[in-house]
Design a protein around this ligand. Sequence first.
Ligand SMILES: OC[C@H]1O[C@H](O[C@H]2O[C@H](CO)[C@@H](O)[C@H](O)[C@H]2O)[C@H](O)[C@@H](O)[C@@H]1O
Length: 563
Amino acid sequence: MTLTTGLSPKCTPTYPVVATTPLVTFLERVQETALETFGEKDFDPKFYVDLSLKFNLSKTEKAFDSLPRSGENGTVSIKDLQEFIATYFDYAGDDLLYYDPVDFVPEPEGFLPRVKNPEVRAWAIEVHSLWKNLSRKVSDGVHEQPELHTLLPLPEAGIVPGSRFREVYYWDSYWVIRGLLASKMYETAKAIVTNLIFLLDSYGYVLNAGRAYCTNRSQPPLLSAMVYEIYNRTCDVELIRKALPALLKEHAFWNSEIHKATIQDAQGCNHNLSRYYAMWNKPRPESSTIDKESASKLLDNSVKQQFYRDLASAAESGWDFSTRWMSYNLSTTSILPVDLNVYILKMELDIAFLAKVLGHKSTMESFLEAAEARKNAINSVFWNDEMGQWLDYRLTNGTVCKESETWQACNQNHNAYASNFIPLWIDLFHSDAALVEKVERSFQSSGLVHAFGIATSVINSGQQWDFPNGWAPLQHMIVEGLLRSGLKEARSLAEDIAVRWIKTNYAAYKKTGAMHEKYDVRKCGEFGGGGEYIPQTGFGWSNGVVLAFLEEFGWPEDRSIEC
Ligand SMILES: OC[C@H]1O[C@H](O[C@H]2O[C@H](CO)[C@@H](O)[C@H](O)[C@H]2O)[C@H](O)[C@@H](O)[C@@H]1O
């Protein structure tokens, strides 16, 4: 990846870092040696930080340091390294056990009642059955000796995305849950929420994923949305009682000093908004060799550290990587993202709703107020009337600053991204029909709407969160937003996109036998590519969105599933 960094601190900030474990640091050394020894072909750096120890760390480190090395670079031979790994480690993923979900039945009662076409119904049942393949529980060994594992000891079973993503991921879980609800697997959905609350209680925020190397960052905050959806189906008040204190903690995290920025508008009004900000300034351990290579041309140490922080912050955004975070250079932490602030607005509305269910009137009122303020902030800072879109905003002061800065039109990013339309997902933005119509028109002509889904952006950068990739979560939020907007035309556009998305997922499944992490929106049945790892299958959120779409729109008997 060719990335550079921009650092323009005009204040004296504190740059927080959450220390990692000695095991993670050691596994990064193994990862580096493995790249030197085995070479780049089929090399996945994440595999090495997912290994678990058979013996204690000091014995393993001693054996590693005693491996014979030759040549100028001190290279370990393939045979010695293979033997060392086989002797001292358990295979990546061995500490996660397949788990039969307690609430799985092959065809649940009342499953997708509006899917009438037999071919589509048979496929939906297959997609539903994939929950069994993706269900995992942390092994007893991890609970007994957590120091031997980078996998974190989560209390409950969960659903993983699939392939190299062996562990639970934060924002993926929202769409997994939407699918589980269509599959009537309420207990599995609640168990996922219990795990995320466990992480929140343990760290003060929900981690990017359930690994020791992810403790320095979160991911798009959708826990409240998960609780809201589950409650709407189950009326489980106990779940809310458990979740609400945790959600208050999460809200404070995303409004903390490092995450908050204040923008003053032309009328002199201050608006608080949030940004991604990872508490880390080194290579991401799961991609350490890649990050070091990307940073190799940066000589100044503080510039390098800021670059690593911006890489980790992009991972926190879930959009790792995208031109959204790169204008002249990589500067994730200098950007106020539209979607993050929509998620936090949703969190505020959800908390108000959940507090009302519990009769906590003052919490409800204060969160309704917070939501109103954020809605105004989103409209003041992100809205671009000429384009009819909400645009990411670049901070001039960049890094951690307390002062507010004055809004400038030129700081909005005018490129079309799917994230520019995520506000549609929130009912609060539907009150003005003329505005919704304008946004819908702008969306239609943005270049993002393609034959087989919504592209992430219009820029073909080679990064995975750019053109021509379409990602299930983005299809879902925009389709759901259009659907709920109340406009007839928007509703039919929503259905049209959902139908084409289902068709391409189906075609790819028939061709490859798998559900994919991302799809190429230009061609039916093509999965996506780009980025720093090979395309993955499984796949949690894609399965979830197909099931949620089929539940919402159904599939008439006489509609063909072929492209
Ligand atoms: O290993 C590289 C990066 O992989 C993850 O990101 C991608 O997969 C996640 C799981 O499906 C998904 O949540 C994310 O949006 C994808 O970009 C991981 O989340 C990153 O932290 C990691 O650096």
